[in-house]
Design a protein around this ligand. Structure first.
Ligand SMILES: Cc1cc2nc3c(=O)[nH]c(=O)nc-3n(C[C@H](O)[C@H](O)[C@H](O)COP(=O)(O)OP(=O)(O)OC[C@H]3O[C@@H](n4cnc5c(N)ncnc54)[C@H](O)[C@@H]3O)c2cc1C
Length: 329
């Protein structure tokens, strides 16, 4: 029976949040398509993740272990995932909408002769045809496109942080399937020579409940130090517009938006950000947006629940001071 296959990834010895989001999406698909959910876990010693995948909604887990799957390598993962798909015969393969999914998705779709859908934010069954269709943003976030694959199988990447993570259900179990993947070092066209871990300070941007973000209006890296202080007091994370990351004031991984990360915090504080559609595409899931900008006509005010027409520094400094006093009490 065809099913829905999710690529599981791990981080710091746990299933990644991306995987839990994909499993939540797969469970919704299961209801619509009446097909089981399977997860594929690749690596060297990945047995401990199998029960966790069952607990988060997988009915089957395909487990592939091979020395060449130690750490992510695009060629090795494509070949292994293809072999798993040949065995599982999924109708839908779900991958995370990050660098991994962007690399694996089109390669896998080509090998499976499947349709490829990039970065969907929603899906549903078309009432008339009963076929699956996906919603994704188009024209830099200015419009939504509903795409219906013509093929019977589809490989799709999900835009991260648009789905709530799957909830753990104790005692849930399923079927584990070991796949002996055939991989040769000579098949790998690229080799990982070095992995550089970005210094992680504070709370992860994708998981933060409060995001303090800065744009070109911050006028330099020194300004971001102030925003970091505010984020620390609020136990939040710092993000940025592309103008700020392109200027080199902060690392590229802080970029939020269409070509950056998607965040959905309880509170998004936007300092000196104009609110271009490409930026707003990454923050529209925020529960509350507060914008500080000297230009009353800045488009960010159209999406903000609270707008302050003021110099960002004055507001950020006062807010940091006030929050510090509150936390001292
Ligand atoms: C294909 C494509 C993809 C893109 N992807 C992204 C993306 O993922 N993320 C992203 O952010 N952008 C993205 N962009 C760029 C985007 O179009 C904008 O150029 C960018 O978001 C602008 O950043 P900004 O708001 O910081 O700068 P600006 O638009 O220059 O705005 C700066 C704002 O700061 C205000 N300001 C100035 N001084 C002060 C002060 N002292 N106090 C308070 N406010 C002040 C100004 O009034 C202004 O509104 C993309 C563009 C393209 C073409």
């Amino acid at each position: 029976m065809p099913g829905i296959l999710v690529l599981a990834t791990t981080k710091d010895g746990r299933l990644s949040r991306d995987t839990l989001e994909l499993l939540a999406g797969a469970s919704r698909l299961k209801e619509k398509l009446a097909q089981p959910v399977a997860a594929a876990i690749l690596g060297t010693e990945v047995g401990s993740y199998v029960p966790l995948l069952f607990a988060h909604g997988a009915d089957q887990v395909y487990r592939a272990e091979h020395p060449l799957l130690k750490g992510y390598q695009g060629d090795a993962y494509t070949l292994a995932l293809h072999q798993i798909c040949e065995r599982a015969q999924p109708s839908v393969v779900l991958l995370p909408g990050d660098v991994t999914g962007r690399e694996l998705g089109p390669r896998l779709a080509y090998r499976l002769q499947a349709a490829f859908i990039g970065e969907f934010i929603d899906f549903d069954l078309d009432q008339a045809s009963g076929r699956l269709q996906f919603t994704r943003s188009a024209y830099g976030g200015k419009a939504m496109a509903v795409v219906q694959p013509r093929m019977n199988s589809v490989v799709a990447t999900a835009k991260l942080r648009t789905l709530e993570p799957a909830v753990r259900e104790e005692g849930r179990t399923g079927e584990e399937i070991r796949v002996d993947v055939v991989l040769e070092a000579s098949q790998l066209k690229t080799h990982l020579t070095k992995r550089v871990q970005e210094e992680a300070t504070g709370i992860n941007l994708g998981d933060a409940k409060i995001v303090v973000s800065g744009g070109r209006g911050i006028h330099g890296s020194d300004g971001f130090k102030l925003l970091e202080e505010l984020a620390q007091v609020l136990r939040g994370a710092v993000g940025a517009s592309r103008a700020a990351t392109d200027a080199g004031w902060v690392p590229p991984s802080w970029q939020i938006g269409q070509t950056g990360r998607t965040v959905n915090p309880e509170l998004y504080l936007a300092f000196g950000i104009s609110g271009a559609t490409q930026h707003v595409a990454g923050i529209s899931g925020s529960k509350c947006i507060v914008a500080v900008n000297t230009d009353p006509a800045a488009p960010i005010f159209k999406v903000a629940q609270l707008g302050i027409v003021e110099d960002w520094k004055a507001v950020a400094t006062a807010l940091t001071q006030h929050c510090r006093e509150l936390t001292k009490r």
